[in-house]
Design a protein around this ligand. Structure first.
Ligand SMILES: [Fe+2]
Length: 241
């Protein structure tokens, strides 16, 4: 069972630069959705961030955007469809967030992501490996030209207006337990344990130093107004560490 009425079309988000696609997710008994981000680099090649299920229609649509050259599993919960993309694009380079190699030992990958951008997107996309977390890890990406921060689970923004946000179990957990319904916050796996708040704060402050105009999230509605203020609010707990 997937999220009802979910618009899963590939949509151009930043003209000529960034495309987004939603897909249904069933996790911990709840239905919601996740979002894949496609970034066209200056050389025309495409980076797939947090890969979604792939099918022939999507491959065909991507042909109009550019060759898929990079498959990125940016977080410790965002690697599920990497091998399907590797099968479709055998020449693509696979980049994973540290920890994914332990969660999925058989996964083929080329490089671990860290704080330094690799040469292939240096100067175009900045990145921070967020430290000081106990249960979940991710690498945050910042696309300079469009001033777009791309996150997986560091902020979730699910509420009344979110497509697929009507699942009762999700609503219960988000409202009653984590108090993050209609209020952007880190995923529960972050909220359940910051192992080193000072380290987390240092990572988050590095992200906040970027000139962020908008935030693309894996779960919930993207943030397009007052982005930095919303981020500071969402991260109030670790930032106070
Ligand atoms: Fe996630």
């Amino acid at each position: 069972m997937g999220a009802p009425n979910l618009d899963t079309r590939l949509t151009e988000y930043v003209p000529g630069r960034i495309w987004l696609k939603k897909y249904s997710v069933h996790y911990a008994g709840a239905d919601f959705f996740a979002r894949t981000t496609f970034i066209r680099l200056n050389d025309g090649r495409v980076l797939v961030h947090s890969p979604c299920p792939i099918d022939d229609a999507l491959v065909e649509q991507l042909q109009n955007i550019g060759p898929v050259a990079h498959v990125v599993a940016p977080g410790s919960y965002h690697y599920f469809y990497v091998s399907a993309w590797q099968d479709a694009y055998p020449e693509a380079t696979t980049w994973i967030c540290p920890g994914v190699e332990r969660k999925l030992p058989g996964l083929r990958f080329d490089w671990l992501l860290g704080d330094r951008s690799p040469q292939v997107w240096e100067g175009q996309i900045d990145q921070v490996l967020v430290r000081g977390t106990r249960f979940i890890v991710e690498v945050a990406f910042f696309h300079r030209a469009s001033q777009t921060l791309v996150l997986t689970d560091l902020v979730e923004n699910i509420g009344d207006g979110s497509p697929g946000g009507s699942d009762w179990l999700l609503r219960f957990w988000w409202k009653a337990v984590f108090r993050m319904w209609n209020r952007p916050k880190p995923a529960p796996e972050y909220q359940m344990g910051w192992s080193d708040k000072a380290a987390a704060r240092a990572s988050l402050e590095r992200i906040l130093a970027w000139d962020i105009e908008r935030v693309v999230l894996a779960h919930g509605d993207c943030i397009e107004a007052d982005a930095k203020a919303r981020l500071r609010e969402a991260w109030a707990t670790p930032l106070a560490g």
